[in-house]
Write a protein that binds this ligand. Structure first.
Ligand SMILES: [Fe+2]
Ligand SMILES: [Fe+2]
Length: 363
């Protein structure tokens, strides 16, 4: 795990990678002298090594799980007879976002979920059901929050899976409009909204040339941008009439609640609390929460998510919003370019949506 982390951080030639690989090789050889294989599996959010959950695998354990998920594998078996060069190759391949996992004579990488195991370019999605499947997954994973209760541990690996699927659809050139879920009921709004904002943000960032880890991290941050709403009472969240000053303040606090919660989860990208805090801040920083330091700026990832957020809010039939036509939303967004939104990202977003509209023949 340490070799892998160092390999991703520095380069495969770095001395620490060699050292840790050598250590791992010695350990594996010792272990395999008494046993035929050693297997590592991901089950939910845990690493299972030879049927034993590895509790507190630490940051390197999390990193290993993340790399495995992003390669679409959830199980690795190390077999008797393994060589140092095989192990080196495996570590290099798994830490390189561009490389596919190959077959090695004594290392077998496999999957639990069939879809996750197929190389990304070959994945065939049932696009019609993909977005609703993802919404269901988000619903399962999202913590059941209450200010008085402890959060259950967030299944960050489950989130990775959702993002891997959306990135694959982006790479395949799927029409973004087919990935956006309509709202099913107001109680499920939070999950459909999270899923839609994640898909929209991946398509935005992807079209701006963002790749690999950063693209994944933006997706994860987008998926969790409103997680702080789980701390807000249902009465305030679902008010259909105009809300009062006090309730508005409470609602706005979802940014702070979310950031505070996400900052405590080690396994998560540091972008998640930033985006949760800043997605209503505005490009001109005139939104909320109010900044306390001069010269602070909205993070570019928050700027991207803010645009997806705005679009999905207006597109969904909220209790207090009528359904807006896509072009209407885009022109409203344009009127806020330079103030609430980064003008360059607004242009890019409009281009994506207008292309998607004309491709789907609904323009
Ligand atoms: Fe929000
Ligand atoms: Fe939102």
């Amino acid at each position: 795990m340490s070799a892998l982390s160092n390999c991703a951080l520095y380069s495969k030639e770095h001395i620490s990678v060699d050292e840790f690989t050598q250590k791992a090789f010695t350990f594996l050889n010792e272990f395999l002298s008494a046993s035929d294989s050693l297997d590592i599996m991901i089950v939910e959010n845990d690493l299972i090594v030879n049927k034993t959950p590895l509790r507190d695998a630490g940051i390197h354990g999390v990193n290993l799980m993340k790399r495995m998920k992003r390669k679409g594998i959830s199980r690795v078996d190390f077999l008797k007879g393994i060589t140092l060069s095989e192990l080196k190759q495996f570590i290099t391949d798994i830490s390189d976002p561009e490389k596919q996992i190959m077959t090695y004579p004594h290392i077998k990488a496999g999957v639990v979920d069939v879809r996750m195991g197929i190389p990304q370019k070959e994945i065939e999605f049932d696009i019609e059901s993909l977005s609703s499947e993802q919404v269901e997954k988000v619903k399962e994973i999202y913590p059941e929050a209450s200010p008085f209760k402890q959060f259950k541990q967030l299944n960050t690996m489950g989130l990775e899976e959702i993002i891997v699927n959306f990135i694959a659809t982006f790479k395949q050139g799927v029409n973004i409009l087919r990935l956006i879920s309509p709202m099913r009921s107001s109680s499920e709004y939070i999950y459909t909204h999270a899923t839609n904002v994640a898909a929209l943000s991946i398509f935005q960032a992807g079209s701006l040339g963002v790749r690999d880890d950063l693209l994944h991290d933006i997706g994860i941050a987008a998926l969790l941008h409103d997680v702080g709403k789980l701390f807000i009472s249902k009465e305030v969240l679902l008010r259909s009439d105009t809300i009062g000053e006090k309730e508005r303040e409470e609602l706005e606090r979802h940014t702070i609640y979310g950031a505070r919660y996400l900052a405590k989860i080690d396994a998560l990208t540091h972008l998640a609390p930033i985006v949760a805090l800043e997605h209503h801040l505005g490009y001109d920083c005139q939104g909320y929460p109010k900044l306390t330091m001069d010269g602070e700026k909205q993070h570019i990832c928050s700027q991207i998510v803010a645009i997806s957020d705005f679009f999905d809010i207006f597109r969904n039939r909220r209790p207090y919003k009528r359904e807006w036509e896509i072009k209407e939303i885009l022109s409203l967004m344009k009127s806020k370019a330079g103030s609430a939104f980064n003008p360059f990202y607004v242009d890019n977003f409009s281009r994506i949506l207008l292309t998607a509209l004309s491709d789907s023949g609904t323009s």
